[in-house]
Write a protein that binds this ligand. Structure first.
Ligand code: TYM
Length: 333
């Protein structure tokens, strides 16, 4: 049986190799399986949980759509839309916010990381963001949600919310409890400057990540400057696990070439980093340069991107508005 897939990406600019290898690459494979029904959402409501420049946000929404398409998602087969245009997301988030418990949200590590030391100054949206994410998923009866490792806890919360709703309102199996689809290996791509930190859009140094809009020279330069250690490439798993930067780069290589980490480890064991970096750069350029070129080309035709979103909004609305009506009936509105 085919799967019902839902996933989202925030339009906050600088989509990077972590987003690609952790999530978007998986979206493309799921899109290519003809039995699946896929919905990919540009989560603009999530983006405004931290301050956004309105003009940039508008561009970033289009850029995220362009990235989906340039990476290989077919807008004729999968629904691509932006969250804010389907009212059921905000409505669902409110209702589910009355089901979710404070204690559950207080455990969310991403809020703690993003809010930092001064959590009194964080927006309420940033705190309740996982509830909105649950609404996104549950409105479409998604069976599977492909995400990177950092979203795992939010998905567990979504499952808890669905189960509590079904129990509280004696609506057995009404909200579909979704399964996460997280790759076993390389589900967390780390910064090129610090192997203990996640590769992220918000990291100040652009050298810490490969952006999906980087050109060949930028990719070459970033891999050249990527942090390593003075030793030759690790020889076994134990050594690999102790050397975070080496592990990250070898993980990126393995993910790009769809090979097992152990095999890549064997192939490069004891070699010089410079030799490995050259091969890694070649793989990265082969994969990312065409995506980057295609994104730039697509961004020249804004009306094409807007049409895709309009079409997606219409389709998503048909599904989500029915579900939210049922939710309202169930809770007695
Ligand atoms: P976002 O926009 O931060 O990231 C989009 C996707 O990229 C993955 N990702 C990574 N994977 C591996 N290594 C990294 N360094 C890395 N950085 C990001 C994320 O895990 C994610 O899959 N809350 C979500 C968006 C969202 C969503 C949803 C996802 C909103 N509603 C419903 C699934 C279902 C987020 O902020 O992703």
């Amino acid at each position: 049986m085919g799967k019902k897939i839902f996933s989202g990406v925030q339009p906050t600019g600088n989509l990077h190799l972590g987003n690609y290898l952790g999530a978007i690459k998986n979206f493309v494979d799921l899109n290519n399986d003809k039995d699946n029904k896929c919905i990919f959402c540009v989560v603009d409501l999530h983006a405004i949980t931290v301050k956004q420049d309105p003009k940039e946000l508008k561009n970033n929404i289009r850029e995220t759509v362009a990235t989906f398409i340039a990476s290989g998602i077919d807008p004729k087969k999968s629904i691509i839309f932006n969250q804010s245009r389907v009212a059921a997301h905000a409505e669902g988030a409110w209702i589910l916010g009355c089901v979710a418990r404070m204690g559950w949200l207080n455990r969310m590590t991403q809020f703690k990381e993003k809010a930092g030391k001064d959590k009194e100054k964080a927006s309420i949206g940033l705190y309740s963001y996982p509830v909105l994410m649950a609404a996104d998923i549950l409105l479409y009866d998604a069976t599977h949600v492909p995400v990177g490792d950092d979203q795992k806890q939010h998905l567990e919360l979504c499952r808890d919310i669905a189960q509590k709703f079904n129990n509280d309102f004696e609506a057995e199996n009404f909200l579909q409890v979704p399964e996460p689809l997280i790759q076993k290996e390389f589900s967390r791509i780390m910064s090129l400057k610090d192997g203990s930190k996640k590769m992220s859009k918000s990291e100040l140094s652009d050298l810490s990540r490969i952006n999906l809009t980087d050109d060949k020279d930028q990719i070459i330069n970033k891999i050249k400057k990527a942090k390593t250690d003075p030793l030759p490439m690790p020889r076994d798993l134990k050594e690999l696990n102790e050397r975070l930067e080496a592990k990250n780069l070898l993980g990126i290589y393995s993910s790009l070439t769809n090979s097992k980490l152990e095999i890549s480890l064997k192939n490069f064991a004891g070699k010089n980093f410079s030799e490995f970096k050259e091969i890694l750069t070649e793989e990265l350029v082969n994969k990312i340069e065409p995506i980057s070129n295609e994104i730039k080309k697509l961004l020249e035709d804004k009306s094409y991107l807007d049409e895709i979103l309009l079409d997606g909004v219409e389709k998503a609305n048909m599904i989500a508005s029915k579900k939210i009506e049922r939710i309202k009936e169930i809770i007695g509105f």
